[in-house]
Design a protein around this ligand. Sequence first.
Ligand SMILES: [Zn+2]
Length: 220
Amino acid sequence: MTHGEHTADDAVAAAQAESDQGSASRSSVDRERIAAAVLEILEAIGEDPSRDGLADTPTRVADAYAEFFGGVGQDAGVHLARPIPIEEGATSDVVLVRDIAFRSVCEHHLLPFLGTAHIAYLPDELVIGLGALPKLVDTLASRPQVQERLSEQIADTLVERLAPRGVLVVLQAAHGCVSMRGSRQLTSTTVTIASRGALADPAARAELMVLIGASADQAG
Ligand SMILES: [Zn+2]
């Protein structure tokens, strides 16, 4: 047995022990396979995976990946499963939750992208507790993603579960694959918008963009 294989076995055993302890996440991420793959990567870049600083790296990365990808195969709609009916005769105008921090991983490079989500909806008969929206974003972001699709999935899940009159989702994020490689644009951010129903209307959208923009300015 080569030294490399021995280290791989150690890493795999450690990952197994970790998952046997019962992780908080119900994710289906296979930590053993990730640890083995990370060991391969370390060897492939010409490193010595058995040196002190790297010995536990495969299991650390496996833990991190279990967190990053805990939303794979999960139904994000469960966070909206208990909507609250609006009282008969009552009307409700737009609900806007700004500055929901999120992190995801781009599916093209497996590098992180970090940003904020702003979610507005115009209720029809149902509203949802405000705490549900960050959970919805987190589950959908905990998958290999592209920012455009993440925006669309947030909007679609709201439409499916709340049947609102309109939805507007604005995501603003900085991408590791833009800042760390390629063009290395350190300060560039990407904004994506998904809108549905009445909030796809340019005038309604413009009013909300002013409120969202005001929030983004304060943050910046
Ligand atoms: Zn990328």
